[in-house]
Write a protein that binds this ligand. Structure first.
Ligand code: DNO
Length: 398
């Protein structure tokens, strides 16, 4: 598998030479400063690519875009979405022409990934991202005061949510809002409480089936262009994989994934297998999902979580946690072999270590939550070891 690394662009504290040293060869990045819905121009794409490839001795190439964000009008299936399909198509064509063949995106309404604690302390001084069910409920029920929110939580979670809220200072509440919003990567769409209420109101009439229909429409609009451009789209699962704040989420289970991949049967309508996102739902069997959808997986995020009975979860070491990472990697190596045998010139699957603990020299550095240098390097090194051993023992290409 191609070892890739998410790089946030020229302002990232982690440099391209750092990435060379950790052993990755593929860069995963996006033009984060382009507002959602605007075209990524050929010039802007070429400029970013040139930065990545400026020093050939680093051996880096721009292999994956994560993400081209989908405009909320498209997710809402609104009448005024038409120009946004067009700009999405243009962006895909421009990326394909520049030789960037894998594009990750998601279809999560309003929020991207959500955590309640960005620096949960671990023994020894490292920290992890964590989702506390009661803190999320406190946000939903007490801070957002969403009508009917109580119905979405178990009584013991609600009781702990009230206790948290009563004891919380103004600072605690601000920090919680900031943690929940931290998943939104662009500078353009973070919300305050009022802004969030406004967005939720727009989704009032959009349930699971309607959101699925809107995604199917989006795929019909853009996949033919992706095919022509040589671009493989790869939808990212919901994180966590369940409805949040009353918003539907439609990339949470094997059934959801089957619906999406069947909506437009094409290798350009693919999946980002994110083991950490899907793994936060205990019923999701990741090795089974990896095998079932193997031929449509176009990008891989390897990460692990430990789940708890009340819906809380914490990001674990890459080889610890609830997901059997070794079996998942084995399934992916077998899929690569199948593609190689079938003559697919792009048989090698790009993967990246998704998230990592802040540890050692990471601590105190203002990197993106979940994206420290050493924690991710540890994850990459562990997975590289698993991959190399499995490949060698089973006669599979790495
Ligand atoms: C979190 C990431 C997500 C992902 C998007 C893809 O760290 O995995 O933010 O980039 O959901 O569209």
């Amino acid at each position: 598998m191609e070892q890739t690394w998410r790089w946030w662009g020229p302002n990232d504290l982690i440099s391209l030479s750092d990435i060379c040293q950790v052993g990755a060869t593929g860069i995963v990045t996006a033009l984060h400063d382009v507002p959602t819905g605007a075209v990524w121009t050929r010039e802007a794409i070429a400029e970013r690519r040139q930065v990545i490839e400026a020093d050939p001795s680093l051996g880096l190439r721009w292999s994956v875009v994560e993400s081209v964000p989908v405009h909320e009008s498209i997710k809402l299936g609104e009448d005024d979405a038409a120009p946004y399909y067009e700009t999405y198509r243009e962006t895909l064509s421009n990326l394909g022409d520049a030789g960037i063949g894998t594009v990750c995106y998601n279809f999560m309404p309003v929020l991207d990934w959500a955590r309640t604690t960005l620096r949960h302390p671990l023994p020894g001084g490292a920290t992890a991202l964590r989702f506390n069910a009661h803190e999320f409920a406190a946000f939903d029920v007490h801070m957002l005061a969403r009508p009917g929110a109580e119905a979405d939580y178990a009584p013991d979670v609600l009781a702990r949510a009230s206790a948290w809220f009563d004891a919380a200072t103004a600072d605690d509440r601000r920090t919680l809002l900031g943690s929940i919003m931290a998943g939104l990567p662009g500078a353009f769409d973070r919300y305050d409480i009022e802004g969030l209420r406004g967005m939720l109101a727009r989704y009032r009439d959009t349930g699971h089936a309607q959101l699925q229909a809107n995604l199917a429409r989006f795929l019909e609009e853009v996949v033919p262009t992706a095919e022509r451009a040589g671009v493989r789209l790869a939808i990212h699962p919901d994180d966590p994989p369940r409805p949040l704040l009353g918003l539907p989420r439609i990339t949470s289970t094997a059934e959801d994934i089957a619906f999406i991949l069947d909506a437009v049967p094409s290798p350009s309508n693919g999946l980002t297998l994110c083991t950490g996102s899907l793994g936060a739902r205990p019923a999701n069997d990741l090795p089974a999902i990896a095998r079932r959808f193997a031929d449509r997986i176009q990008f891989v995020h390897l990460r692990n979580v430990s789940t708890e009975p009340d819906g809380s979860f914490m990001e674990a070491d890459h080889l610890a946690g609830d997901t059997d990472m070794v079996t998942v990697v084995h399934a992916l190596l077998e899929e690569q072999k199948r593609r190689q045998d079938g003559g697919d010139p792009r048989w090698r699957l790009p993967f990246r270590p998704d998230h990592g603990h802040e540890m050692l020299d990471d601590v105190g550095k203002p990197t993106h939550p979940g994206y420290p240098l050493i924690g991710r390097m540890r994850g990459l090194a562990e997975i590289r070891g698993v991959m190399t051993a499995l490949a060698r023992q089973n006669g599979l290409p790495t």
